[in-house]
Design a protein around this ligand. Structure first.
Ligand SMILES: O=C(O)C(=O)C[C@H](O)[C@H](O)COP(=O)(O)O
Length: 312
């Protein structure tokens, strides 16, 4: 029986990832789900790892839930909405850097925060909750506020909240709503995990230190600013550090770099690693992930458990 409970909240989609010969490989992915999937690999059996979202009642929704359960991610906090389905996205790659096309406007996940009682129920008793800027972006403004209010209640009751800003301007109505939504998410979080390129574009931050300062002011106690191959800026519980990630010879597909980083960081912290060591482990995981195609990379793990295999 687990003693600790981790829950990620957001949208999982059908993923079409480029394979070879113009073919695409179908999978299931979505930023917060990817984080849960990596966390499930990294955390031991004393942790339950669950996912909260809404899906439809069609065959592909069934397949998605079966996939999650098969991967060890708890699906008890997933609502099913009659007559709806799940979203889809396709990865395009240019020199290893990913971009996404989305078909997600009708997805059931947009309705996941409609019921505040349901949110309180699924958040109750969790030690760690993880949401992202994408989770907030797909919701209507009132639903976004409902979700953040429920996160604040869970936090007041003792849960820790982690927020990966995952800035996707296309998913927001406009830049002002996006900035307000991201700062609202940060205001209910203990840990904020931004990427400097996205933050400088969205907020005009001049440096990773400026990103740290903005999220500190919002109330975070830990901020980790990723910056591609450049050093990662860490501010945690009053200490600051700069940690250079190991160089990666060739990036194959950068999809889920941030999601796996979040899982690596949260899992390391949850099992007692100090913040700088947690950043190092997170960066090593993300480096392995970006040398594989698609969001989820099962083959980077040694068969017997959570240890990362050597780079290919
Ligand atoms: O874009 C979305 O809505 C998705 O959830 C698709 C992807 O799986 C993540 O975006 C990957 O996130 P990164 O770790 O930033 O590469």
């Amino acid at each position: 029986m687990p003693d600790h409970f981790f829950l990620a909240i957001g949208e999982c989609m059908v993923e079409l990832a480029p394979a070879t010969d113009g073919l695409f490989r179908m999978g299931f992915a979505g930023d917060t789900f990817n984080c849960a999937w990596y966390a499930r690999r990294l955390l031991r059996a004393d942790w339950s790892v669950g996912y909260a979202t809404a899906v439809g009642t069609d065959a592909v929704s069934d397949d998605m839930l079966a996939f999650m359960a098969g991967e060890g991610v708890e699906t008890g906090a997933i609502r099913r909405i009659e007559g709806r389905t799940v979203g889809l996205y396709m990865i395009a790659l240019k020199d290893g850097e990913r971009s996404f096309s989305y078909w997600r406007g009708q997805a059931a996940a947009k309705a996941m925060a409609d019921d505040p009682d349901w949110l309180d129920r699924v958040f109750a008793g969790r030690d760690l909750l993880h949401v992202s800027g994408i989770t907030l972006a797909i919701l209507a403004p009132e639903a976004r506020e409902r979700l953040c209010a429920a996160l604040a209640r869970a936090r007041a009751a003792g849960a820790r909240v982690s927020f990966d800003t995952n800035v996707r301007p296309r998913l927001w109505a406009d830049a002002d709503e996006m900035r307000a939504g991201l700062m609202l998410g940060a205001s209910v979080a203990d840990t904020v995990l931004p990427s400097f390129d996205e933050e400088s574009a969205a907020f005009g931050d001049a440096s990773p230190e400026a990103t740290v300062a903005r999220y500190r002011e919002a109330g975070a106690t830990t901020v980790v600013v990723k910056n591609g191959a450049a050093p990662i800026r860490l501010w945690a519980e009053g200490m600051e550090a700069e940690i250079a990630p190991e160089p990666v010879a060739q990036v194959i597909d950068s999809t889920a770099a941030g999601d796996s980083f979040a899982a690596g960081f949260l899992a390391a912290r949850a099992t007692g690693a100090a913040p700088p060591e947690a950043v190092r482990r997170a960066a090593a995981l993300a480096a392995a992930v970006i040398q594989r195609r698609g969001a989820l990379a099962p083959d980077i793990f040694a068969p017997e458990g959570a240890a990362l295999k050597a780079a290919p």
